[in-house]
Design a protein around this ligand. Sequence first.
Ligand code: FES
Length: 115
Amino acid sequence: MMKVNTNDKNQMKNGLGDDAFNRQLNIKENIIYKITVQNNEVPVLPDHKTVLDSLEAADIETHSHCRDGFCGVCRVTLISGEIHYPNGEPLAYVGDDEILPCCCIASSDLCLGID
Ligand code: FES
């Protein structure tokens, strides 16, 4: 778990009310990994079951249909980082530099490309 030092807390507190500050602090303390996509940094939090959950929680526009690795609609480019498919390799076609965010989880910070 990530520790937040006093300087970070003071920087986060600037301009935020107590509730907003506590929400931001809670998110920052629980970030597992970060996903860089479309000039945004998206936190991967413990309650996110998939990379798609993280993207949707951050309001990143994504495509999805089956949400189970069958259709391939959610396919995105993996620019850097490591993922794994906890339920085994998906059935939909996935190119060498592509992942299906609906059924994978991050194993490191990720950089993704979404068309
Ligand atoms: S939504 Fe169908 S494979 Fe991801």
